[in-house]
Design a protein around this ligand. Sequence first.
Ligand code: GTP
Ligand code: MG
Length: 213
Amino acid sequence: MSPNGRGRSAKPDRPGQAAPLADRSATFIGSFPDPATPLDPALPEIAVLGRSNVGKSSLLNALLGRRGMARVSATPGKTQLMNVFRLPDFYLVDLPGYGWARASATARRGFRQLLEGYLTGRPRLAGVIWLLDIRHPPSSDDLAARELLAQTGRPCLTVLTKGDKLPRMRRALALQARAEELDLPPDDLLVTSSRTGEGIAELGESIRAAIAG
Ligand code: GTP
Ligand code: MG
C-alpha cells in the first residue's frame, strides 16, 4: 500500500471532510477469536495492526465517520479479538493490539498466534495498515510485528497516529526520527489524527487503491 494523495494540501483536513468511507454502509459483522474464520461473502480485507492504545479503533471510526463503530478505550488491551466490519465491497478488520504491558504470557501468546494466523492465513488480505504513535520510537513489539509483516510479504502502509498531540516543530522532528528508526523515507509515512481528521482522506484513498488491486 502506498500513502496516496499525500502532499496535495499542506493544510490539515477539516473534520467535516475527513470520513472517506462515511457515505457507504458499514456494519459490524462480529468479533472472532479464530483468525481462520471465513467471511461470507469472500471480499478483500484491509486490516489495522498496532500496539495496544495506538489508536486503531479511533482510526477506524474516523474512516467510517461513526463515532462508536469500533470501541475506543482508554484501557489498553480491550480489543482481544479480530473485529470485522463489512463495507459494500470489502472488510475492515480491527486486529488485537499487541504489546500490552500488563498482559499475561498466555495472553501475549494468544495475541501472537492470532496475528500470525491472520497475516499468514487470509487469502483475501489486500493490505495492512500498521500504526505507530508519532511520539514514540518503535518498541520491540512493534519491530517484531514489522518482522512478521515482512515475512508474510503483505502489502503494508505505515501510519503515524495522534499527530495532533505534538506542536508543529516537535512533530516535524518526530516524523524525521520515526523515519530514521524505521529506515524509511519520511514520505512513506502517513501522519494522521483521528481527532482533527488529518491524513484520514489520504488513508481512505490508499484503502481504495489497495482493494482495487
Ligand atoms: P486497543 O483496542 O486497546 O488495542 O487500542 P486502540 O489501538 O484501538 O486505541 P483506541 O482507538 O482505543 O485509542 C486509545 C486512546 O488514544 C483513546 O483514549 C483515544 O481517545 C486516544 N486516541 C486515539 N487516536 C487519537 C488521536 O488521533 N489523537 C488523540 N489526541 N488521541 C487519540
Ligand atoms: Mg481498539
